[in-house]
Write a protein that binds this ligand. Structure first.
Ligand SMILES: [Zn+2]
Ligand SMILES: [Zn+2]
Length: 192
């Protein structure tokens, strides 16, 4: 009995201590399990946070743009945000094989992108493999970049071309110039 009480006490203590924020990871239809495993591992190793897999998701017809037939990334982020067990705790990343777009000002209302993070107070981001040319190194880097936004990192202004937080401006070649590292400025923002 005493043992049981002691164990319960420990459980309460463990529950009170806040660990690092969890990153939730999911894939839309068509994403391979190996891709989820790869991204899970890289996020865990790079950001030192637990990464938990959520059940697979399906794209909703309502998030599809009728003009270019891509999914509107911002609408998908709203869908993902609702999946978070607690909206104030944790981040969520979803992988998709579908092309996604953003509204990039009035001149580019349908701008195809590799990923998008809701960094205006949101906790969701998406990475599309559509523009990555089947390259797993790009998938790793774009995933790290988008989660970086959710951890409050803006685009890099230090002039370090190899920093992960470079603004790719929709080009995979910019991603190729980066390495899996953050420059000193970006690290300082994360308080590393
Ligand atoms: Zn940087
Ligand atoms: Zn970015």
């Amino acid at each position: 009995m005493r043992l049981l009480v002691a164990a319960l006490g420990l459980g309460v203590l463990a529950g009170c201590r806040r660990g690092p924020e969890v990153i939730y990871l999911t894939g839309f239809e068509g994403v391979k399990p190996a891709q989820l495993t790869l991204v899970r591992r890289v996020l865990q190793d790079f950001y030192h946070r637990p990464v938990r897999l959520l059940p697979r998701q399906r794209h909703q017809a309502a998030t599809r743009c009728p003009v270019r037939h891509r999914h509107r990334a911002a609408a998908v982020l709203t869908q993902l945000q609702a999946l978070l067990p607690d909206s104030t705790d944790g981040k969520i990343l979803a992988l998709t094989v579908k092309d996604v777009e953003i509204e990039n000002g009035p001149r580019q209302p349908h701008w195809g992108v590799m990923g998008l993070a809701n960094h205006a107070g949101g906790n969701a981001c998406i990475v599309s493999t559509f523009r990555l040319g089947g390259r797993s190194d790009r998938l790793r880097k774009v995933s790290l970049h988008e989660i970086g936004h959710l951890l409050s990192l803006p685009h890099c202004r230090s002039g370090t071309a190899t920093c992960l937080m470079q603004d790719a401006r929709g080009r995979a070649t910019t991603v190729d110039q980066t390495r899996e590292m953050l420059c000193a400025d970006c690290r300082a923002r994360l308080a590393w």
